[in-house]
Design a protein around this ligand. Structure first.
Ligand code: COA
Length: 465
C-alpha cells in the first residue's frame, strides 16, 4: 500500500495521515453489448470508495486480459490520497480489457475493466441485487455504457499537469519519451496522439519550435525557463497519492503560528535501563527501543500540562482538552511517511507501548495500517534520529497543538563540576507548539518534566500506577 512522502530532511517534518482499507467493488451494468447468445461484455465501474474520493491511481493489477475471474477475487489495488484500496469483483467472467495502465489515474464511476459475463449475471436485476448486498461501498451507477476509452478520457481530462490519454501515455512510455517535451495542439493544451507521433518523427524540429514560443510571444525581460516551458532534462510528474495529502495538510499547518523550543537530554541512564529491559521484552516477543520510554514520558508530562494534549476549535472559540493520550508516531514506511497513533498511552505500560509500536511498525512495513490506527491522534512524536540529524523544525499535525522531533543520540564531551571532560550521550529534542494556545513557559516546563523522566528513568517506577 502507499502512503508516501517525503521529508525535506531535517528542516521540516511533513506529517501525513492515511489509511488502508479493503472494499468490495460492485457495479451496476446497463446497456451492455452481447458477444454471443449468452455472454455479454459489460463495464465494471470503479465504485465509490467513500470520503469524497473522486480519483485514484492504479497501483497494481491482480489480473490480466483474458483471465477468468471469480466473485470476490481482487482485481486491482488503487491508491487515493487517503488510502490504498483493493477492488474485488462481484462477478464471475472473463477480463476483456483493462482500462488503465499501472500509474494511470482512474475516475470513480468510470469503467475500470471490461468483463465478459454470463447473460444472466449481467442482467440489471442481478446487478441491483449485488448492490444492495454490498455493505462496504456504494455502487457506481450509470445510465449509459461508458467504455474503457471513455474512462481514460475522463480521467486524463481533469488530472495531472499533462493533459492526455493513457493511450498516448503508453506510446510515450514505450518510446521512453518525456511528454512535457511534446508540443501540445489539443484543446486546453492536451497532448494528442498526432503530437506524440510527429514529435517522435522529428524531435529536434518540435523541440526548437516549442522552446521558441516564449521568445516570440513574451514581452518579459527574461527568457529563462518557466513551468510551462521546461528546459531539456526537466521532468514533470503529476502530484499523486500521499503527496497530495501532504500538500493539503502542510498548507493548513503553516497557517498556525508555530512556537519552537529545543533542548538536550542526557540519556546514559536510559540507555542502561533499556539494555536491561530489552532482554526481558525480547522474551515476550517485544522489541524495545527508546521510543516507548519517550512516549510514556510524554504521557506522564501531559498529565501535568494537558493544554499540550488539546486542540483549538476551528472558530477559535474553544479549547478541547483530549481525554486520551493518543500519541502519534511519524513512521518512515516503504510507502512513505505515515503517522499511526498509540491509543490511550496514559493507561499503558512501557512494554505495552512497545508491543503496540511493534504492531504498528509491522503493519506500516506491509502497507496495511488501517484507518483506526491512523485516526484520532492527539500529540505527535517524530524520531528522525533513527535516520540522522540533530535538531528539526517539526510542523504541527493539525488540529494537534504540539509535536516533538527527536534527533540522533550522540556521544558528546561534557564538563563535570570539577571541569573534567565527561563523555555523555545526548538526545536532541525539538518541540513545536501552536502559539495561539501554548506559551513558551508552558512548553519549557512540559519539556523539563518530560526530560526529567528520561534522564532519571527510576522516576517512571514512582509515577506508574
Ligand atoms: N538515536 C540513535 N539511535 C536510535 C534513535 C535515536 N534517536 N532512535 C532509535 N534508535 C535506535 C533504536 O534503539 C534501534 O536500535 P536497536 O536495534 O539497538 O534497538 C534502532 O535505532 C532502530 O530503531 P527503530 O526500529 O526504528 O525503532 P524506534 O522505535 O526507535 O523508531 C520509528 C520507530 C517508527 C519512529 C522509526 O522507525 C521511524 O520510522 N523513524 C523515522 C520517522 C520520520 O521519518 N520522521 C520524519 C517525519 S517528517
Amino acid at each position: 500500500m502507499v502512503i508516501n512522502k517525503k521529508v525535506n530532511n531535517f528542516g521540516s517534518c511533513l506529517l501525513m495521515k492515511s489509511g488502508a482499507a479493503s472494499v468490495t467493488a460492485t457495479t451496476t451494468m446497463r446497456n451492455y453489448h452481447t458477444t454471443n447468445s449468452n455472454k455479454k461484455v459489460v463495464p465494471f465501474l470503479l465504485a465509490d470508495i467513500g470520503e469524497g474520493i473522486t480519483k485514484v491511481e492504479v497501483v497494481k493489477w491482480f489480473i490480466k486480459e483474458g483471465d477468468h475471474i471469480e466473485q470476490f477475487q481482487n482485481v486491482a489495488e488503487v491508491m487515493s490520497d487517503k488510502a490504498n484500496v483493493e477492488i474485488s469483483s462481484r462477478f464471475d467472467g472473463v477480463v476483456k480489457r483493462l482500462c488503465y495502465n499501472v500509474g494511470d489515474i482512474a475516475n470513480v464511476g468510470a469503467p475500470l475493466i471490461e468483463i465478459e459475463v454470463a447473460d444472466s449475471t449481467a442482467s440489471p436485476s442481478s446487478a441491483g441485487a449485488a448492490t444492495s448486498s454490498s455493505s462496504t461501498v456504494e455502487v457506481a451507477k450509470t445510465t449509459s455504457t461508458p467504455s474503457c476509452a471513455a474512462s481514460s478520457d475522463i480521467a486524463e481530462e481533469s488530472f495531472g499537469k499533462i493533459l492526455t490519454t493513457p493511450a498516448v501515455r503508453r506510446i510515450a512510455r514505450e518510446n521512453n519519451l518525456d511528454l512535457t517535451k511534446v508540443p501540445a495542439t489539443g484543446r486546453n493544451g492536451r497532448v494528442l496522439k498526432e503530437d506524440v507521433l510527429s514529435y517522435l518523427e522529428n524531435p529536434t524540429k518540435q523541440q526548437s519550435e516549442k522552446v521558441a514560443v516564449p521568445e516570440q510571444t513574451s514581452t518579459a525581460t527574461t527568457t529563462t525557463s518557466t513551468p510551462s516551458t521546461p528546459t531539456v532534462g526537466d521532468r514533470r510528474e503529476p502530484v499523486r497519492g500521499l503527496m497530495r495529502t501532504m500538500i493539503r495538510t502542510m498548507n493548513a499547518a503553516t497557517k498556525v503560528p508555530h512556537f519552537g523550543y529545543k533542548d538536550e537530554v542526557y540519556v546514559d541512564n536510559l540507555m542502561i535501563i533499556r539494555s536491561h529491559l530489552k532482554k526481558t521484552a525480547e522474551r515476550q516477543g517485544v522489541k524495545l527501543s527508546y521510543m516507548p520510554f519517550i512516549i510514556k514520558a510524554v504521557s506522564l508530562a501531559l498529565k501535568e500540562y494537558p493544554i499540550l494534549n488539546s486542540s483549538l476549535t476551528e472558530d477559535e472559540s474553544e479549547i478541547i482538552y483530549k481525554g486520551d493520550h493518543n500519541i502519534g508516531v511519524a513512521m518512515d514506511t516503504p510507502n512513505g511517511l505515515l503517522v499511526p497513533n498509540i491509543k490511550s498511552v496514559q493507561n499503558k505500560s512501557i512494554l505495552e507501548i512497545a508491543a503496540e509500536l511493534n504492531r504498528l511498525q509491522e503493519l506500516g512495513k506491509q502497507g496495511k495500517l488501517g484507518a483506526n490506527d491512523l485516526k484520532g491522534g492527539t500529540f505527535t512524536l517524530s524520531n528522525i534520529g533513527t535516520i540522522g540529524g540533530t535538531y528539526a523544525d517539526p510542523v504541527l499535525s493539525i488540529p494537534e497543538v504540539c509535536i516533538g522531533a527527536i534527533g540522533m543520540i550522540k556521544k558528546t564531551a561534557t564538563f563535570d563540576a570539577h571541569n573534567n571532560v565527561v563523555p555523555k550521550h545526548i538526545m536532541y529534542m525539538s518541540w513545536a507548539a501552536d502559539h495561539r494556545v501554548v506559551d513558551g513557559a508552558t512548553m519549557a516546563r512540559f519539556s523539563n518534566l518530560w526530560k526529567e523522566y528520561l534522564e532519571n528513568p527510576d522516576n517512571f517506577i514512582v509515577a506508574l500506577k
